[in-house]
Design a protein around this ligand. Structure first.
Ligand code: UDX
Ligand code: UDX
Length: 461
């Protein structure tokens, strides 16, 4: 039963990268609410109850410990918790559909629909359902149709509150968000539900940063925010290829254009490519929606953001092969970093997956090192485990290699003793900095042949 000592009972379905940190911050900031997170994955729920959390995120454990057992609870009892909840956040995964109509592009909403039906079945009182997962525009209307197709007199109000946190900085993004967006129906009950969600965030977010909109704008804004962010990376990455052909330097170009306040300086780091669970999936979703409304040109425009990303990943491997005398068969190559970005153990859509597979296709011997992502890397490469090695210590990983590839911008890779690493490598030694985080002149002085992204290579050969 709902305890009287809490003013609201908040439930979150889906204890993943989004649901876990978001609810932990709500619970830490609002001791007067009871916050419960449920998941169908019992092992994940067990881990959330220990100090060995199922995801790595700086600062997360401290926040969880502040609230766990006080007003933050983890459970596998989905239905009873639905019955007790006033507000239900849904952050189950919505992967790209891999079968049937829209395969490879549209979102697979089967978990969402299943969740909607479970909510309907277990509810005995009115509820607010909050879409936290990124969803195709107009999902709320499908959700409403499912949950309000009952004759029990229970009313459900569906609200959209997309998550804008980035992994690695999730806690900061949640504590000090640029904005919180809440969309609802423009009806009396819709606006009332929206206000209830505004009230939650108003406990710690300045009111002017909490923006409200109609529900479709809110759903679409999430897709568009990710599409714009990814587009910036593809734009700078496309120019990095041009820099490598001319004598321009991508860092100088990015700095020069970023000083224009209309462009802005963030998200202009050229790289081996973007990864993460959202960018590709959300753009594919946008493409699918545009196509389904007959907007072919719009779909093609956004599709190219993904194409450039694939091009950039492939180009990185082609560059390695070309530099190493057009053959890497039998050569030992260490990859520094496997996570899709620093400060996370997440490897979903990581460029390292594509790079590793291509190197293995060329019969290279690949050694992977990463401070957090090796367990996920092993799962991603399950079918080729006999052809790759995993080594947590970067110095050991580099022993006897012909080349190093920097794939994740982990801080520890900036300060390694590269002379020591060089001394233990086969000569000529190559370094391919897929994140432009190293001191390239210094590496060249040590003796490395250095290949950054979007800058002239420095070669002794
Ligand atoms: C997910 C979506 O992928 C993303 O689109 C959205 O923006 C937020 O939610 P994330 O939290 O990173 O992102 O996903 P994941 O870490 O996979 O977590 C989803 C959780 O939902 C998993 O723990 C899974 O076990 C759980 N789940 C899934 C349920 O509890 N019930 C289901 O029916 C399906
Ligand atoms: C992204 C959005 O930033 C976030 O708002 C949304 O809620 C989820 O998707 P995330 O995928 O966690 O967050 O990380 P992000 O920091 O956006 O990085 C995505 C990818 O782009 C990473 O692979 C990163 O290394 C790459 N990147 C980022 C670049 O290659 N260059 C840049 O300048 C910035």
């Amino acid at each position: 039963m709902a305890e009287k000592k809490f003013s609201k009972n908040i439930l979150c379905i889906g204890a993943g990268y989004v649901g876990g940190p978001t609810m932990a911050v709500i619970a830490a900031k609002c001791p007067h609410y009871k916050v419960t997170i449920v998941d169908i994955n019992a092992e994940k729920i067990r881990q959330w109850q220990t100090d060995d959390l199922p995801i790595y995120e700086p600062g997360l454990l401290d926040i969880v410990k502040q609230a766990r057992g006080r007003n933050l609870f983890f459970s596998t009892e989905i239905e009873t918790n639905i019955t007790d909840a006033d507000i239900i956040f849904v952050s189950v995964n919505t992967p790209t559909k891999n079968f049937g109509e829209g395969a490879g592009k549209s979102a697979d909403l089967q978990y969402w629909e299943k969740t909607a039906r479970t909510i309907l079945k277990a509810s005995k009182s009115d509820k607010i359902i909050v879409e936290k997962s990124t969803l195709p525009v107009r999902t709320a209307s499908a959700m409403e149709r499912i949950v309000n197709s009952n004759d029990s007199g229970v009313h459900f109000e569906v609200v959209s509150n997309p998550e804008f946190l980035a992994e690695g900085t999730a806690i900061m993004d949640l504590e000090q968000p640029d904005r919180v967006l809440i969309g609802s129906r423009e009806t009396d009950s819709g606006r009332k539900a929206r206000q209830e969600i505004v009230d939650i965030y108003a406990n710690w977010v300045p009111r002017e940063r909490i923006i409200t909109s109609n529900i479709w704008s809110s759903e679409l804004s999430k897709l568009v925010a990710n599409a714009f962010l990814a587009q910036r990376i593809s734009s700078i990455n496309s120019i990095s290829a041009l820099c490598e052909k001319t004598e321009a330097d991508i860092s100088e170009v990015a700095y020069a254009i970023g000083m224009d306040s209309r462009i802005g300086s963030k998200f202009l780091n050229a790289s081996v490519g973007f990864g993460g669970s959202c960018f590709k999936k959300d753009i594919l979703n946008l493409v699918y929606i545009a196509e389904s409304y007959g907007l072919r040109e719009v779909a093609e425009y956004w599709e190219n953001v993904i194409k450039i990303n694939e091009y950039q990943e492939n180009r990185f491997v082609r560059k390695m092969i070309a530099a190493m005398f057009n053959t890497i068969a039998g050569k030992r190559i260490a990859l520094f970093g496997f996570a899709f970005k620093a400060d996370t153990g997440d490897t979903r859509e990581a460029p390292a997956i594509t790079v590793t597979r291509k190197l293995v296709e060329e019969h290279a011997q690949v050694v992977i090192t990463d401070p957090q992502a090796l367990p996920n890397a092993k799962k991603d490469l399950e079918d080729i485990l006999d052809r790759v090695e995993f080594e947590p210590d970067p110095y050991k990983a580099a022993l006897g290699t012909h080349a190093l590839g920097i794939l994740t911008e982990w801080d520890i890779y900036r300060t390694l003793d590269y002379r020591r690493i060089y001394d233990n490598m086969i000569k000529p030694a190559f370094i391919f900095d897929g994140r432009n985080i190293l001191d390239h002149d210094k590496l060249f002085e040590i003796g490395f042949n250095v290949y950054p992204i979007g800058k002239p290579a420095q070669s002794h050969i």
